[in-house]
Design a protein around this ligand. Sequence first.
Ligand code: ADP
Ligand code: MG
Length: 242
Amino acid sequence: MDGSSLARAAWKRALAPDPPLSVASWADRHRILSSVASAEPGRWSTARTPYLREVMEALSPSSPIERVVLMAGAQVGKTECGLNWVGFVIHHAPGPMLLVEPSLETTKRVSRQRLDALIEATPELAERVKDPRSRDSGNTLLMKEFPGGVLILTGANSAVGLRSMPVRYLFLDEVDAYPGDVQGEGDPVELAMQRTVTFRRRKIYLCSTPTLKGLSRTKTFSLPATSPMTSAACSSPVRVSR
Ligand SMILES: Nc1ncnc2c1ncn2[C@@H]1O[C@H](COP(=O)(O)OP(=O)(O)O)[C@@H](O)[C@H]1O
Ligand SMILES: [Mg+2]
């Protein structure tokens, strides 16, 4: 190849858009599990939990899927999957995001133990989310600002938190442990989902370990289940639907 064609090839490469990155490939490339928050510290590997790939693909911008429901056993990576999505959003698809845990207490614990570990262990996130200890960081246990977006955290027992602001991304963790009614204002899942209605390209990730048969909220949301993974539900710990 001569000099000018080399230069032309380099120019073409520079102009080409980045390949669309999925949440799973982001996690494989960037996610480090810290010993503080993880049973198996070290690099994230989607191959280790292949059943989560479909969930993370659905949460990626290239997928038109709007709502992802994951009903699965405990300790299979449901929350990690959502944290990978949080990392991806901060790094590559910033926008307003809301993360809901069953109560304010659990929210604070998840923020301190898992979200902070995610941010600290990932340089691309640490440079975007300012250290809460620095002055004017704008960051607290329940709010993380980053260029182009903000992550708000709240508990399903806080009506004020669920009414906070419009969000494009909504992560509802362990929904079967949410109260049926939040401070007389109705179903916390419905309340949180209301936050997303103004966004045309919204995404909602709802996950839980199911509790009582017939009373499981995840089960209600996951019907009608359409994913091929659903048919494998008996042999797999995961049940996915959109
Ligand atoms: N693909 C993976 N690679 C390494 N560790 C994983 C993976 N998926 C899950 N884990 C680990 O499994 C444990 C349980 O994950 P978690 O998301 O808390 O489960 P769940 O929310 O389903 O109860 C955590 O310690 C997590 O770091
Ligand atoms: Mg969990």
